[in-house]
Write a new protein. Structure first.
Length: 193
């Protein structure tokens, strides 16, 4: 190949399908920054953006023999977006589990202390939810209490899925701030740290 010749994405994909690492590296150079920035813009978390971007490209390499991609950019951006949504859902479930453990009082030896912790936790949750802007609060409620998917919330509220993801991210940030002391205690007791 002549270095002055710029290959199309389709040509690079064809070479990647034949285990050509140089072609993969070129495709990575073309798209990694845009994929990375897509997650940074939505989450504000550079480490998360790096992890998601790396995982998407790793998956592309691992599935190189079987993938049929027509538009590389669209494929990669969709894959990054899907992984980010999956991450948000996992965060919601993880926090729900931690709060469930605390609310259901793992310390049955001391019911008075457990009752006090549950009241403090509920107060902290209420405070966190109260700090949310109205639309974020509505989306949080639909997601957490009514178990709507991102797509269902977007349809119900006439919003884009990106807007819903943004509000879910904001609600998680607000709750993390309000619940940081409680979640740390739960994770310590459960051996997560």
């Amino acid at each position: 190949m002549n270095n002055a010749t710029i290959e199309t994405d389709a040509e690079l994909l064809s070479r990647i399908g034949k285990d050509d690492q140089a072609a993969f590296e070129e495709l990575y150079r073309r798209y990694w920054r845009r994929c990375y920035m897509q997650v940074v813009r939505r989450s504000g978390d550079e480490t998360l953006a790096e992890d998601i971007t790396q995982n998407v490209f790793l998956s592309l390499w691992e599935k190189r023999k079987s993938l049929r991609i027509e538009q590389v950019g669209a494929y990669l951006f969709s894959a990054v977006r899907f992984r980010f949504i999956t991450y948000l859902k996992a965060q919601l479930h993880e926090e729900t589990y931690a709060l469930h453990l605390l609310r259901n009082g793992r310390d049955s030896q001391n019911p008075v202390e457990t009752s006090m912790r549950i009241k403090e936790l509920n107060d902290a949750i209420d405070k966190g939810v109260a700090m949310m802007p109205p639309k974020t609060k509505t989306i949080y409620t639909l997601s957490r209490s009514e178990h709507y998917s991102v797509k269902e919330i977007a349809n119900k509220l006439n919003l884009s899925e990106k807007a819903v993801e943004y509000h879910i991210t904001q609600s998680l940030k607000a709750l993390r701030i309000a619940l940081k002391d409680f979640l740390a205690v739960v994770f310590l007791f459960q051996g997560f740290f």
